[in-house]
Design a protein around this ligand. Sequence first.
Ligand SMILES: [Zn+2]
Length: 377
Amino acid sequence: MQEEVYNRIRLNSLTGKYITLDHLQPVLENLKSKFSYKELGKSVAGKPIGVLKAGQGSFRILAWSQMHGNESTTTKAALDYFNWLAHSSDSEVKTLLSKVSLYLIPILNPDGAQNYTRTNQNGVDLNRDALKLSQPESKILREAFQEIQPHYCFNLHDQRTIFSAGDTHRPATISFLAPSVDPGRSISTAREEAMKIIVGIKRQLPSDITQQIGRYDDSFNPNCTGDRFQQQVPTILFEAGHFHVDYHREVTRRYIFLAISSAVYQIATQSFHWENRDWYFDIPQNRKNFVDILLKNAQIGEEIIDVGIQFEEKLYQQNIRFEPKIHKIGPDLPFFGHFQKDCEGQKVTLTEGRLPVENDLVTQIMLNGDNLLSKIE
Ligand SMILES: [Zn+2]
C-alpha cells in the first residue's frame, strides 16, 4: 500500500505510546457502526474487554493487542487496519472480507493500559498465565478462543529498544515468532503454517525494513499464550520495535499495519502454503545490542570510559516521560546507541555535584558547555 493511502486511513486520534480504553472509545464507536462488536467481560478493575469482528469468511482469525498494557503500537496499527477495511471501496477488500472473519480484542489488559504497566491490575503478566488462567483477562481470552474457534491467531506486542536484528547495529523494528509447541521445538503443522506466513510477511514488507526484521528465541514456555494456542492452531507473535528516532512508534506503526495486512491477505488467499518454511530460520535472531544513548570515550572523574543510558518510560499526568537512566559504565561497552556520541576523552558530567554510578537518573549530559540531553529530547 502506498504511504499516502495509509496516511488517509490512519487514525490520527490515536497517537503516542499512551493508549487507553478512553482513547479508543470514539474509534470503537465509529467502527461498531461498520462491524460487529461484543463485550466479552470485565478486567480486574471492572473495565470492559470487547472484540471487534470484520468479515464473514470461513477463515477465522483471532488477534489480541495490549495483553501487556504499555504495548500499544500494535493496537494503533490493528485499528488502522480495521479503519482501512471499513472505508476502502476497493473490490479487493470486499473479496477479503468474504474470505476471512477477523476478530480483534484491541485492549486485553485495559487496567495495565491505564496504569501504563506490562502487568494487569493484580501485577500479573498475562502472557505467563496461560496455564493457570488465574486472572479474569486470561480467562476472557481463553473463552474467546474456545467460542470463536479461530483457525489462526495473532498475538500482538511491543518490544524494548534494546533489540537488534541479529548481531548487527540495526534495530529490530519488527520481530516475529512462530512459538514452539513442545520443549523439543518440533515443527508441527500449525507451527509450520505460522512460519510460512511470517516468511510471506517478510517478503511483502517494503525493502527499507527487511534488514530490520528479527526473530525471537523459540524456547518453549507453556505459560505463554502463544505456545499454548500454537498447540492447536497457527499462532504468530508480532513485536513492534524501534525505528531510528521514532520513540512514539508512529513509523513502526505503519510497518505493523503492513505486516497485519500481509498476514490476513495470505490467509484469505491461502497463498502462504507456497512459502518456504526454511526461510523462517534465515531471519536473524534478536540480540540485545542497543542502549538508547551511548557515550564513547567520556572522561568521568579520572577515567576515560563508555556510558550506556536507557530511557525508562514513566506515566506522568497522562503523558509518557522518557527518563534517562545509567544502564552501564565501563570500558568498551558492547553496545550500539540509538544516539551515539564519541566524546573523544573530553569531560562529561551526567549528574550534578558527584560522579555518576549505574542506575542513576541522568539530569544532564554536559560536554564542552553543551547539554546534549536537550538536543536528544
Ligand atoms: Zn508484550
